[in-house]
Design a binder for this molecule. Structure first.
Ligand code: GAL
Length: 393
């Protein structure tokens, strides 16, 4: 077979497999996933990938999104007949480095890695390169290494813009798209800022996108960060940890808002886990419990089911939906391309400089979800069922 025919066969097989693995959403149960996998694997009996194992290193199972990511990647790879070595590291850096070391020594042929600390994997990636193993950085860019071959993610700067725009919308300053509202309040409106984990490259992109959007309102005095805490290092939340976010919000309520939240209008939150920590703190001093009852506007990210329920209940204002099925599809497509000796298709070759090189990237777009978008974006697309939204799990 010449290369074109092989490529066409692979593309066809991939398309079939993709059609299969795009069906289930974050809430799809294991039974459905297994069925998808076996259907996909039988679509081209001529290609036997069963002696090829792909290592998939995910950060943590404490966040629902990474469970969905791991499952979607695994199903997509299995649908192509590959074996999958899926590992979660409990958000512990040494555990993740050890897992990756083992993947390399066991002879895994390719690595897909969502890192915990984006700068901690240099020696693992060197070992991978020495063994001829391609590395795909999954959602979080691995920094400080020339041995990152490809990056699949979302447009992370735009995620931050979308979060800040949603905050402005919730505060009545703009419409949903960020256009100045006709009868916007003059302010000043008090807000507080939260950022993600400072060792995660994405956290800076989210924060930069958000601050570029909020800064003009802060400069005009329409928005005031009353605590004065506006620099990334101060507002960052190590490991994106919900309990840590709750604690920081509680401290802010005590130090800056009279202990009961008086005058606080909104909170920029970069991730649903952080949002839930913030909301618990706000409700803990008697605010709300819903937005209608005076709870500040709180943003989010990842459309985690617990937060989708809070949005549906009028408690959390919004989240940013990153379709993990699509991200997994891109990771699987890139893996497949490398394993047949091709290059994956990139749509950005400029933005993601990891400190050593610009990593070719495939970036997907995101959607903002408010209460009235849940059905169209999350339920109709099969990501969740209405029953899951109602139950919050
Ligand atoms: C980031 C990711 C976000 C969120 C966060 C916490 O790297 O881009 O979507 O999941 O981690 O897990």
């Amino acid at each position: 077979m010449n290369k074109k025919i092989i490529a066409a066969g692979v593309a066809g097989m991939l398309a079939l497999a993709m059609a299969g693995c795009s069906g289930g959403g974050a809430g799809t149960d294991d039974g459905a996933g297994a069925a998808t996998g076996s259907t996909g694997a039988t679509t081209d009996a001529a290609v036997d990938n069963s002696d090829v194992t792909i290592g998939v290193a995910m950060p943590t199972q404490t966040s629902q999104r990474w469970i969905a990511d791991g499952k979607a990647v695994q199903e997509g790879l299995e649908a192509l007949g590959y074996k999958v070595d899926l590992q979660y590291a409990g958000d512990d850096i040494p555990t993740q480095t050890q897992q990756i070391d083992q993947m390399i020594t066991k002879g895994d042929k390719l690595l897909i890695i969502a890192s915990i600390d984006g700068t901690a994997l240099t020696s693992q990636l060197q070992a991978a390169a020495d063994a001829g193993i391609k590395v795909i950085s999954y959602d979080r860019l691995i920094r400080g290494s020339e041995n990152v071959d490809f990056y699949v993610s979302f447009d992370n700067y735009k995620v931050g813009v979308a979060q800040a725009t949603s905050l402005l919308y919730g505060l009545g300053l703009t419409d949903k798209e960020g256009k100045a509202a006709a009868n916007a309040p003059a302010g000043p409106l008090n807000i507080e800022l939260f950022a993600g984990s400072s060792d995660d490259n994405n956290a800076g992109f989210f924060f930069d996108g958000a601050m570029d959007t909020l800064q003009p309102y802060i400069d005009k005095g329409t928005l005031v960060v009353k605590s004065g805490q506006t620099d990334f290092a101060t507002v960052a939340t190590l490991r994106w940890d919900q309990a840590e976010a709750q604690k920081r919000m509680e401290n802010l309520l005590t130090s800056t808002y009279g202990g009961n939240g008086a005058g606080l209008a909104g909170v920029l939150s970069p991730f649903d886990g952080i949002s839930r920590g913030v909301i618990t703190a706000l409700q803990g001093v008697g605010m709300g419990p819903s937005i209608e009852q005076g709870l500040p506007i709180v943003t989010g990210q990842d459309a985690e089911i617990a937060s989708v329920k809070l949005i549906n209940d009028g408690v959390q204002f919004s989240t940013i939906f990153k379709d993990t099925r699509k991200l997994a599809d891109e990771a699987v497509a890139a893996a497949k391309a490398y394993l047949v000796g091709d290059e994956p298709e990139a749509n950005d070759t400029e933005t993601y400089d990891n400190g050593v090189k610009v990593v070719p990237s495939m970036l997907l777009v995101v959607d903002t979800v408010n209460k009235d978008d849940i059905k169209s974006l999350l339920v109709d697309s099969g990501y969740y069922t209405q029953a899951q939204v109602d139950a919050g799990q």
